[in-house]
Design a protein around this ligand. Structure first.
Ligand code: PLP
Length: 447
C-alpha cells in the first residue's frame, strides 16, 4: 500500500494551518473559536462567506478511495510478466488467515459468492429460517433462497445501526436455525450477547463482515466469531481488491462443504475421510474462484490495512469529538471492547426533532459552507419486491410492518467524508462549518 498521506495534501499541515488560520487566538480552542465566530457570521446559503476554503484538489486527493500505489502496480505488472497468477490465491489466503487468526479461509469471486457458499454449507432442511438484518446488502438475505432457507428480517439498534438482539428475540420461531449479524459501516455487532443467546437457543451464528476489515471485538477479529463468516473486497470496501471475497470457517466440516460449492478442484485436496473428497472435479456446481489479480491487490492492501484504519480513526476522532458536543449530534455507539473501522463514510446521527430543523435544510446549509455532507438510505430489504412474491420462497418471508431502527438510522444519519491523510485544517474547517450552522438553528428551522 502506498503511503496514505498525499504529498499535495500533506502541504496543508498543522503548522501552515496555525500560521494562516485565524484560529490562533490566545486561549481559545478550535471549538471555542468556532462558537464565538459562528454566531456573528452569516450562513453561506444566505450570502455569507463559505467556511471551507481548503483547496478542492487537495480535498479530492485526501478522500480518494480506493488508493493504489506503486506496490500494487508492481505486483500486478510482476504477475503479468511471470504468469504465476494462481500462486497469489494461496498466498493471499495464508496472509489473511494469519491476520484474522481464522482456522480456515477460502477466496471467492466476491462477498456474494462467499455468502452463497456459506448458506450451502449449512445443509439445513428446506423452510429453515435465518435471521438477517433488513438494513443490509441484498446478498445477506437473498443468497439463502437457493437452498430453501427463508430470511427473518431483524431490525437494527438505532444507537449502533447494527443487529438488534431484542428484536431477534421477539421473532424467534421453532424453524429459526441461524442468525447473521452484519457489522454495519465497520462497527461490530454485540457479538458476545448475540453468541450467548444463540447458544442458549441452539442457533448457528454466522457473520457478514463485508464492511469490517480490521475490526475486532475483545481482541477477536470480526468474521471469526461465528461458525462461518464472509468478507467482500469490492472496490469501495475497507480493503479493496476491485472485486473479491473471502469465506471464514471455524470448522473443517463447514470449510470443506462451503468451499466445494464453488471450487471444483478442492475436494481431492481434502483428507480422504472427508465426505466431500469424492466430489473432486465437480464440486457442487459453481466456479467461485477469486481473480488472481484481485488477490495480488489484496496482498498489498493488507500490508497497509491497519495503518490506514488507524489514520482514518484518528481523523474521525478529530472531527467527531468536537461535533458530538453539538446539541442533538451523536455517532453510533462503539463499546470500549470493540475496535471499529470505518467503511464508506463517517456516519453521524442527528436527532432532527431535537435540533428543530430538517435534514434537507442541514445538508443545504452545510453544502453551501463547502462541507461534503450526504445521506444514503440503505434500501430496506424487506420492502423489495422479491421478498413479497411467494413463488421464490420455500415459505413466504414475513414482511414486518415497521422497522423503527432502520427508519431512525435512514432518516437521521449524515455521511461525512473519510480522510486518508494528515489534514488538521480541513477537519477544523468542517467543525467550524457545523458550529456556524448550529449557531443559526432558528434560521435553519425556517428554511
Ligand atoms: C453487507 C454486505 N454484504 C455482502 C456484500 C457482497 O459483497 P460483494 O459486492 O463483494 O458481492 C456487500 C457488498 O456491498 C455488503 O455491503
Amino acid at each position: 500500500m502506498s503511503n496514505p498521506t498525499s504529498k499535495d495534501a500533506s502541504q496543508y499541515n498543522r503548522r501552515s494551518f496555525l500560521k494562516t488560520g485565524t484560529v490562533a487566538v490566545a486561549g481559545l480552542t478550535v471549538a471555542d473559536y468556532g462558537f464565538a465566530r459562528a454566531k456573528t457570521e452569516t450562513l453561506a446559503m444566505s450570502g455569507g462567506e463559505k467556511t471551507i476554503t481548503f483547496p478542492k484538489d487537495q480535498f479530492a486527493a485526501l478522500t480518494k478511495w480506493p488508493r493504489y500505489g506503486d506496490a500494487e502496480k508492481q505486483a500486478l505488472c510482476g504477475l503479468l510478466d511471470n504468469n504465476k497468477f494462481y500462486d497469489e490465491l494461496p498466498a493471499f489466503e495464508q496472509e489473511w488467515k494469519d491476520y484474522t487468526k481464522a482456522p480456515f479461509v477460502k477466496n471467492h469471486i466476491n462477498g456474494t459468492s462467499a455468502l452463497t457458499s456459506m448458506y450451502f454449507a449449512l445443509d439445513l432442511p428446506p423452510g429453515s429460517e435465518i435471521m438477517v438484518p433488513s438494513y443490509t446488502f441484498f446478498a445477506t438475505c437473498l443468497a439463502m433462497r437457493f437452498f430453501g432457507c427463508v430470511p427473518i428480517f431483524v431490525d437494527i439498534d438505532p444507537k449502533t445501526a447494527t443487529f438488534d438482539l431484542e428484536d431477534a428475540k421477539r421473532k424467534l420461531t421453532p424453524r429459526t436455525k441461524a442468525v447473521v449479524p452484519m457489522h454495519s459501516w465497520g462497527l461490530p455487532c454485540q457479538m458476545d450477547a448475540i453468541s450467548d443467546w444463540a447458544k442458549e437457543k441452539g442457533l448457528i451464528v454466522l457473520e457478514d463482515a463485508a464492511h469490517a476489515h480490521g475490526a475486532s471485538m475483545q481482541g477477536k477479529k470480526m468474521g471469526t466469531w461465528g461458525a462461518m463468516g464472509i468478507y467482500s473486497f469490492q472496490a469501495s470496501k475497507v480493503m479493496p481488491c476491485v472485486e473479491g471475497g473471502m469465506g471464514m470457517y471455524n470448522t473443517r466440516e463447514y470449510f470443506e462443504r462451503a468451499t466445494a460449492f464453488g471450487h471444483y478442484d478442492l475436494p481431492g485436496k481434502f483428507p480422504k475421510d472427508s465426505p466431500i473428497y469424492a466430489y473432486d472435479g465437480t464440486g457442487f456446481g459453481q466456479k467461485y474462484r477469486m481473480h488472481p489479480l484481485a488477490a495480488a491487490l489484496g496482498r498489498q492492501q493488507l500490508k497497509g490495512l491497519d495503518a490506514v484504519n488507524q489514520l482514518v480513526e484518528k481523523n474521525v476522532r478529530a472531527m467527531n469529538d468536537p461535533l458530538t458536543k453539538l446539541d442533538g449530534l451523536t455517532e453510533p455507539h462503539c463499546r470500549p471492547d470493540q475496535k471499529r473501522v470505518y467503511y464508506c463514510g463517517n456516519m453521524v446521527l442527528i436527532d432532527f426533532k431535537k435540533v428543530g430543523f430538517s435534514r434537507d435544510a442541514l445538508v443545504k446549509a452545510l453544502k453551501a459552507e463547502g462541507v461534503n455532507a450526504s445521506f444514503w438510505d440503505y434500501p430496506e430489504q424487506h420492502k423489495l419486491k422479491i421478498y413479497s412474491e411467494a413463488k421464490w420462497w420455500n415459505h413466504p418471508p414475513t414482511i414486518p410492518q415497521s422497522m423503527p431502527g432502520n427508519a431512525y438510522i435512514n432518516g437521521n444519519h449524515l455521511f461525512l467524508p473519510l480522510i486518508y491523510g494528515e489534514a488538521p485544517e480541513l477537519i477544523a474547517q468542517y467543525v467550524q462549518a457545523f458550529e456556524k450552522v448550529w449557531a443559526h438553528r432558528t434560521e435553519l428551522a425556517k428554511a
